[in-house]
Design a protein around this ligand. Structure first.
Ligand code: DAH
Length: 325
């Protein structure tokens, strides 16, 4: 607390003490004046107490504001010297995100980055989550005091990219967008679960695309990423924003110790639900689409045979140096 605030509060408290002494004079005052005298004192006491409370509150707020935990240094002090630009390296996840985006670009996709703060509409309503539906619980993440949501998946971007690129449909082209981004989950942390990680979403819409086309695109992507032919498999899944919904798997490549039939779940996918298209102003009787979304961290862990997802956010230099070039 600043010394100014402290002395103001001390002064107000001294006035209050003085006022309390005044109360003892009531008995010396003629009976007919006592009521007025008492009322006046009560009013003054209330006013003083309110002033003290306000001053204490203001002083407490000043204390909190002075601490800017996001500041990398004392913003009022001398600026520290910057580290030499050649002494750092790109975080391995960023390198891999670029690789992922490049593969999608080479397949004709637009690439749009997702947001790190979103809202109820994009997180739930635009994705056909019925109010109160239990499926919401799986994606129940964090909220800011203002009600914004650090998104639990990149699917929050579906409505935005559908709206942004629907002009392509009018021009007789297809919508094909990949959306890499950071996501947040309220997880119990262990070697395969992290509260902060990366996903990449894919959204494709045309007049007549099918699940078969989607599996072809996904196989192509994974084969390019791992640089080899892969066996793929699917199993039924459930997401409110796709119908039907699938889990997509790849057989673990032999070069990293995979055995026949050793399938790993890589992402969720399906045909975009008509309500999701409608919400974005696209007529589901004329167009159909498919979408998918999966974790980048898992993709990268498999590529480099990493044992613990928490390394990525750990800032462990030993780990990061293994990837620096
Ligand atoms: N957003 C889902 C998740 O994080 C994955 C997903 C499933 C994305 C189906 C999609 C989809 O686009 O169509 O679990």
């Amino acid at each position: 607390m600043s010394s100014n605030a402290e002395s103001k509060i001390a002064e107000l408290k001294a006035q209050l003490k003085q006022l309390n002494i005044e109360y003892s004079k009531i008995k010396d005052i003629p009976a007919e004046q006592r009521a007025d005298f008492g009322k006046k004192l009560n009013l003054e006491k209330q006013k003083l107490m309110a002033e003290i409370a306000a001053a204490e509150e203001a002083a407490a707020e000043v204390d909190v504001e002075a601490l800017d935990i996001t500041a990398p240094c004392d913003i009022n002090g001398e600026m520290p010297e910057f580290l030499a630009a050649d002494s750092g390296s790109k975080h391995p996840l960023m390198t891999e995100l670029d690789r992922v985006a490049d593969i999608y670009r080479s397949m004709g996709f637009d690439v749009v980055e997702s947001r790190q703060l979103d809202d109820e509409f994009h997180m739930f309503d635009s994705l056909n989550f019925a109010p109160g539906h239990p499926a919401r619980d799986n994606f129940d993440t964090f909220r800011t005091e203002e009600g914004y949501i650090p998104p639990a998946h990149t699917s929050t971007m579906q409505n935005r990219v559908l709206q942004r690129f629907k002009y392509k449909l009018d021009q007789g082209e297809n919508i094909a967008v990949a959306i890499p981004g950071r996501v947040y989950r309220n997880e119990d942390l262990d070697a395969t679960h992290e509260h902060t990680f990366y996903q990449c979403e894919g959204v494709y819409v045309s007049k007549d695309c099918t699940l078969g086309n989607m599996l072809g695109i996904l196989r192509e992507f994974f084969e390019k990423y791992y640089g080899q032919k892969l066996n793929i498999a699917t199993q039924p899944g459930y997401f409110p924003f796709t119908e039907p919904s699938l889990e997509f798997k790849i057989e673990k490549p032999a070069c990293i110790g995979g055995k026949k039939g050793d399938f790993l779940e890589m992402l969720g996918c399906g045909m975009i639900h008509p309500n999701v298209l409608k919400q974005a102003g696209i007529d589901p009787t004329k167009y159909q689409g498919f979408a998918w979304g999966g974790g980048i961290d898992r993709l990268v862990m498999l590529r480099y045979q990493l044992s613990d997802v928490r390394f990525f956010e750990s800032a462990k230099l030993d780990f990061l140096k293994e990837f620096s070039c």
